[in-house]
Design a protein around this ligand. Sequence first.
Ligand SMILES: Nc1ncnc2c1ncn2[C@@H]1O[C@H](COP(=O)(O)OP(=O)(O)OP(=O)(O)O)[C@@H](O)[C@H]1O
Ligand SMILES: [Mg+2]
Length: 459
Amino acid sequence: MMTPKQIVDALDRYIIGQEEAKRAVAIALRNRYRRSCLSEELREEITPKNIIMLGPTGVGKTEIARRLAKLVDAPFIKVEATKFTEVGYVGKDVESMIRDLVEESIRLTKTLRMNEVKPAAEAATEARIVELLLPNAKKQRPQVNPLQYLLGAGTAPQNDEPKLSEEEQEKHRSLREQTLARLRSGVLENEIVEIEVEESASGPILAMGVDMDLGSVLGDILPKKRRLKKMPVCQARPILLQQESEKRIDMDDVNRVALRNAEQNGIIFLDEIDKIAGAANHGGADVSREGVQRDILPIVEGTTISTKYGAIKTDFILFIGAGAFHVSKVSDLIPELQGRFPIRVTLKDLTEEDFYRILTQPDNAVTKQYAALLRPDNVNLSFTEDALREIAKYAFRANEQNENIGARRLHTVMENLLNDISFNANGQHPLIDVVIDGEYVDQHLSAEWSEDTIHKYIL
Ligand SMILES: Nc1ncnc2c1ncn2[C@@H]1O[C@H](COP(=O)(O)OP(=O)(O)OP(=O)(O)O)[C@@H](O)[C@H]1O
Ligand SMILES: [Mg+2]
């Protein structure tokens, strides 16, 4: 288990600045571990101290929470608090966020298990492809007994196969080995094979205009429709791999483990929480805002919610609220809810220097992304120091002059800057070194810049 310091260090690899927020989430995470070391009685007494992040748009609120969850494989979802004030949502179904968290947890656990069984599933997939490719393959076509089909059972019992002579068996084996060798060499990728695929039932039902995902509700009840489909090996492989992996996973176990993981380690990011903090004197809207707060309250305080996988206690889920709080204040939330979010951290506006660092330092820095993206098209992209400074300056000024969208501005600026290169690179040329320097940045961004400025002053 990581120490708070290690957590902050890990977050530093993706998020520039915002030390206060990083510390707060690191402590919250470590406290979970501390709590897990305590005796049962004491443990039940200690619930997470939820956090509210205050700060303008695009400065890292969501990113910090998301990265935190990822660091420790914690189930994580983001919900917009305002969603619950929409027509049709008022006064109900805030519980859906807990169900979504459980679904996410199941997806996480299932992915982990899938990775564990991957080697075995891959071997089985290869063997199945070889069988399908054998010229005189006994027809794999499952003879489906209509009654079993209706009950959703898989393949019907095999017919007795005629015994093969020793010689025939030997021939078969060597053929199989040859096919395997050719498959591995990659020359059979476009051979056509016929495999069984499942069709989800949701398509036709949704087409009737029912506004809910019946497929997922009834998925476990309705028999899965199976049918045979022809496709090249390269397309069949992932489908077969999925089938072979699922065969090797105990879904009851996955559901049980995932439910507990959501309960003990889940993180819910409640975005736009400032928008449900009703600043007084707004008539009707306030009623639903306060109503939403009252609906959310028991979930944050700790209650038991039933899901289709079982009951889950919400007491230990970590809630991270976030909002700009430009109009309303945290103190505009109902007192009970304020009390459940005792930790407040303020994220700062990003500076030009921050932009420069965001461009280059994070593991997923946008300059690294573009360089990686263009490499397959034989472009070796790099940036000079002064180019990066210029980009940061342009982005910062664009935020000042237009809407301040925080670090998101860097993405639009980079997109404009590299538009020509992205369009023209096509891989049909030898490897080209493209060095973006300050002059290039000036040339490509100044046009856009002056236009922006003109608009600004005309309006
Ligand atoms: N401090 C930062 N360091 C590195 N990247 C950042 C930082 N702040 C924002 N970004 C990048 O900007 C984008 C938007 O950030 P994020 O989603 O965290 O914004 P936010 O604060 O949640 O804003 P909003 O209130 O609009 O939801 C992300 O792609 C993120 O990687
Ligand atoms: Mg956000």
